[in-house]
Design a protein around this ligand. Structure first.
Ligand code: ZN
Length: 209
């Protein structure tokens, strides 16, 4: 299968413009799928997040719906150097090393032609990547964030999206956390502090104030 358009580091950056997206400029949307990579999803993977496997079927359907309805599907993927400073600094085992199978999107969610793949080196899909440029170029100001991990890459990507003026939605059916408490904390933080529209899984309540 043909891969989606990959935007690697040092490639198309489109200037360093950090101006926020214009309110009301467009109703165009993107589905941003974060870190649904072999090194996070597979049983026994170095950064295994078991919950990712629980969200897979629903997320797969959500991605298909996005493609059908003309929503841009953007994969934001960890892509580390072999001795990436993140490993020592943040205490993670090596994972998603660029060019390894572990850094690839899991097969059931494989990018298709017309999708966009953005590689990132940090928790934020925006930091040091062309994501903001790509979204603005496509006239997009509404994002749905999906994937993993709720309190890490989803949270920090949501923070950077909010700082840049995007309207973001996080639907609990499409995000995976490591533990229930940090997952709930992150949803709450996004909702209360970042202005993210959080759609909760039926039966789950927001943390009490
Ligand atoms: Zn990482």
């Amino acid at each position: 299968m043909e891969k989606g358009t990959a935007f690697a580091f040092g490639g198309e950056r489109g200037g360093e413009g950090e101006e926020a997206v214009k309110t009301g400029a467009s109703e165009k949307k993107a589905l941003v799928v974060v870190d649904m990579l072999n090194d996070f999803v597979r049983p026994g993977a170095p950064l295994e997040v078991p919950e990712t496997r629980a969200i897979l079927p629903a997320l797969r359907r959500r991605i298909a719906k996005a493609r059908r309805e003309g929503e841009l599907v953007v994969y934001v993927c960890d892509s580390h150097r072999e001795n990436d400073p993140e490993f020592a600094r943040m205490g993670w085992p090596p994972h998603a090393v660029e060019g390894t199978p572990g850094a690839g999107v899991v097969a059931p969610l494989a990018p298709e032609p017309g999708d966009v793949v953005v590689e990132k080196r940090t928790y934020s899909g925006f930091h040091g990547t062309p994501l903001h440029f790509i979204l603005r170029r496509n006239g997009i100001r509404r994002l749905t964030l999906a994937g993993c991990v709720t309190n890490i890459c989803i949270l920090y990507t949501a923070a950077d999206a909010a700082m840049r003026g995007y309207d973001a939605t996080v639907d609990e059916r499409f995000v995976a956390g490591i533990a229930p408490d940090t997952h709930a904390f992150a949803l709450d933080q996004m909702e209360r502090v970042l202005g993210v529209r959080v759609v909760r899984r039926p039966g789950r309540k927001a943390l009490r104030r």
